[in-house]
Design a protein around this ligand. Structure first.
Ligand code: NDP
Length: 732
């Protein structure tokens, strides 16, 4: 049984039936496909026809008018269509992807406006990522999106986009904030028929013209808010999230293409006689075609493996897709050339169409990532794959072991079960599993770290442990497509320093999903001066903003004002134009709090005891780092329609208040969790910190210590003797 037959058995009956319908569709239109291919014109009519036959919306949920099939069905459709024509398959899948993205991520209004048209074939879509100076280097896109009232204004040029010759809808990726880097990339639904959009003059790509490859320019093009598909912070991630699947179906199309070329060659070689017998019986020629058939089988195996892994998030899926695409692209090119060779001059003739297949095979070495990029993806994983299989390949040590060990705070347990803490040199081979190794520059000492180091609370759940809930540094090894060696990254939360070795060390091995690219304008030290506390402060500010609490609404109260979160929250709020009241137990620090931006300072004792369920409406909103009675009193003093962002528990975990503020004043209580916040929220928060928090504020609030000093400062921090942030230079 061939790899494909075996795969088809794993498909659901509806998926097998769909695949048969796709093959029948292509078979019934052989002449039309061949003539569009010969004339090198866009196959838009065939796309609309396919949609009208109910073949669009493969993976779009049934509830939204689609077929609700799996990715395997898409892959088999790509193979079947590419057997008929590579460009047709390319254009069809591109259209389908646009419809699927809108179905899965579009606003209600966007789905309403576009989805039925896309599924029914009245509208054809495309996804516009590439630009003149940004192909594989997608993060370098220069198309901009500027926020205006009720929407966005787009400017820029997109090139090498399938279907652009005649399609109506484009999903356009654009940069909303250059300083934010990838976190600024968003995606918008653009109607290419509207004013402000011009299709660029023909710049045909040989062999792919029937896929409608082209470009367009946007000038002061206005998009409604409801047509923002991915917000800043999500755009890059969503584009990259679709990349493994895109690469896998390019590989699938290569399989379809080569299978037709091989079929042609074998059919010809079986009937063409030379020296009294069919040329297929000439050993030299036959063995060439045997090699092609074996290569094809391997291409299919790799493609189907990548298909099975496509919904996984991790490295395995990235590597499988890159391997499938690299192998399929290179081997398809060589395989079609071998098929032409076996047919002699006839193979070069126009009617056979093999030369255009050769050109298409070359094009697919570039589509959705060049072969060189695939090499990089696979190459990046080499080190980490050894890391994972360290025992077998490097005697229990990951490859970084050759660089020796690294210094770290190591926590253990003594004979009586008490926590021990020391600075030790650890072996690289002891690093925990992960797919990215980071050379750490700075970490911080947080309350949780202090609890872990002193053993005062069961923060650490397994020993030995390296504490440190955050760090910033540079990638040393990466098996994940999103990070390259040399990238600057930071990490907060995810149980690092509690269940997974953390940042109070010179090196860490973690999951790529936990990392955030360091904003370009931020140093590793600044990032850690801000640390988890500053990042939590920004998440808290964002929580109030999301509740519509604007500076004009009134005063914002910040409790635990002298702490890490409180201090930075005051600085952020005041720079955003809010009036801030700071609640503190250290009134002697009032001048510092005022310098940070507090307009008023109050004694925390006012809020620290049980109080009335409803009190004077004093504050429009609050950021509460303290919990317990303080939070109950804060809620009781919030104005009608106000909100409290609750992020801390310095006074206590309990909350003994009443529901009166909620049901009588419509007050909202927003929980803030920094540990498992989504990648999008993290990147937005860090991009905003890079922009909105002046360096001098961060520095003024910070003290730097060495790794060894962390052991001394931890108990001081728990005794409340530490003010502001404590940054740890792990390399001294
Ligand atoms: P810090 O220890 O730096 O500051 C806490 C502040 O709370 C102190 O400086 C003090 O401020 C105040 N405080 C301390 N004890 C009491 C008490 N008994 N009653 C009232 N106020 C008190 O901590 P951070 O600023 O780093 O963190 C603040 C809180 O937020 C902590 O509870 C922490 O665990 C939590 N946190 C939560 C995160 C999340 O994801 N939700 C992330 C990070 C932190 P002052 O001297 O001004 O009175």
């Amino acid at each position: 049984m061939s790899a494909i037959e075996e795969f088809d058995r794993s498909l659901a009956p509806a998926e097998r039936e769909f695949q048969a319908r796709v093959a029948a569709f292509a078979a019934a239109r052989t002449t039309q496909i061949a003539s569009a291919s010969r004339a090198q014109i866009w196959m838009g009519d065939l796309l609309r026809d396919a949609c009208r036959q109910g073949l669009g919306g493969i993976e779009v949920p049934v509830a939204l008018g689609g077929l609700g099939l799996g990715f395997g069905a898409r892959i088999r459709a790509a193979m079947a269509l590419a057997k008929a024509d590579f460009s047709l398959a390319f254009a069809f899948i591109n259209h389908h992807s646009a419809a699927l993205r809108i179905a899965l991520s579009g606003s209600g209004a966007a789905r309403e406006a576009w989805l039925a048209g896309l599924l029914g074939g009245d509208l054809i879509g495309c996804t516009a990522m590439s630009e003149g100076g940004a192909g594989s280097d997608f993060a370098a896109i220069r198309t901009t999106a500027r926020k205006v009232d009720g929407g966005w204004v787009l400017d820029g040029e997109k090139r090498w986009v399938a279907n652009v010759r005649g399609c109506e809808i484009a999903l356009v990726f654009a940069q909303t904030d250059r300083l934010a880097g990838t976190a600024g990339i968003a995606c918008f639904i653009v109607d290419l028929r509207q004013a402000g959009c011009t299709r660029l003059p023909e710049d045909p790509v040989h062999g792919l013209a029937p896929a409608g490859i082209g470009g367009f320019a946007l000038h002061e093009y206005r998009v409604r808010d409801s047509d923002m598909l991915y917000a800043p912070g999500q755009g890059f991630r969503m584009a990259m999230a679709g990349v493994n699947k895109a690469r896998t179906h390019v590989a699938a199309m290569a399989c379809g293409l080569l299978s037709t070329a091989l079929h042609e060659a074998v059919a010809y070689a079986s009937s063409r006689m030379a020296f009294g017998r069919p040329v297929l019986e000439q050993q030299g020629l036959r063995w060439n075609l045997v090699d092609v058939s074996l290569t094809l089988e391997n291409m299919e195996l790799l493609t189907l493996r990548a298909t099975r892994l496509a919904d996984d998030e991790g490295t395995a899926a990235v590597v499988a897709a890159a391997m499938a695409k690299k192998f399929a692209g290179e081997q398809c090119l060589a395989g079609v050339a071998a098929c032409i060779q076996s047919m002699g001059a006839v193979g070069m003739g126009e009617p056979r169409g093999l030369v255009s297949k050769l050109v298409a095979a070359k094009a697919l070495c570039m589509a959705d990532g060049t072969t060189e990029m695939m090499n990089e993806r696979i190459g990046a994983s080499l080190g980490a794959r050894q890391l994972q299989a360290g025992v077998a390949v490097s005697h229990g040590r990951p490859p970084v072991a050759s660089a020796g060990g690294f210094r770290a705070v190591r926590l253990g347990k003594d004979a009586k079960g008490a926590t021990t803490a020391e600075v030790a040199t650890l072996d690289n081979g002891e690093l925990p599993p992960g797919n990215v190794v980071v050379r750490i520059a700075y970490s911080t000492l947080n309350y949780k770290d202090a609890l872990a180091i002193t053993g005062q609370s069961p923060v650490v759940r397994k020993f030995p442990m390296v504490p440190g809930i955050d760090f910033a540094g540079t990638v040393e090894h990466s098996a994940d497509a999103r990070y390259q060696v040399g990238d600057r990254v930071l990490l907060n939360g995810w149980g690092v320093g509690e269940t997974h070795w953390g940042g109070l060390a010179q090196r860490a091995c973690v999951r790529a999903d936990w990392l955030v690219p360091l904003p370009a304008s931020m140093s590793e030290r600044s990032a850690m001066c801000i640390g988890t506390a500053g990042y939590t402060a920004m998440l808290s500010v964002m929580a109030l903003e999301a509740r519509g609490i604007a500076p004009e609404a009134g005063v914002i109260l910040v409790t635990g004002a002298n702490g890490g979160v409180g201090s930075i929250a005051i600085a952020l709020l005041s720079r955003l134009g809010y009036a801030v009241t700071a609640s503190t137990g250290r009134l002697e620090e009032a001048p510092r709090l005022k310098a940070l931006g507090a307009t008023c300072v109050m004694d925390r004792r006012v809020l620290g005891e049980p109080g009335k369920p409803l009190q004077k409406e004093a504050w429009a909103g609050a950021i509460d780092c303290v919990g317990s009675h303080t939070l109950a009193n804060v809620l009781a003093g919030i104005r009608y329609g106000g909100a409290v962002a609750a992020c801390g528990l310095a006074q206590g975990m309990e909350l003994a208040g009443s529901v009166a503020p909620f049901i009588l004043r419509g007050v909202a209580l927003e929980g803030v969790d920094s540990v498992h916040a989504s990648f999008a929220r993290r990147t937005i928060a860090w991009a905003r910190l890079a922009r909105e928090l002046p360096g001098e504020v961060v520095e003024a609030n910070t003290r730097e210590i060495s790794l060894a000093q962390a052991l001394v400062v931890a108990p001081e921090l728990l005794r409340g003797q530490v003010r502001g942030r404590v940054v740890v230079d792990v390399n001294r």
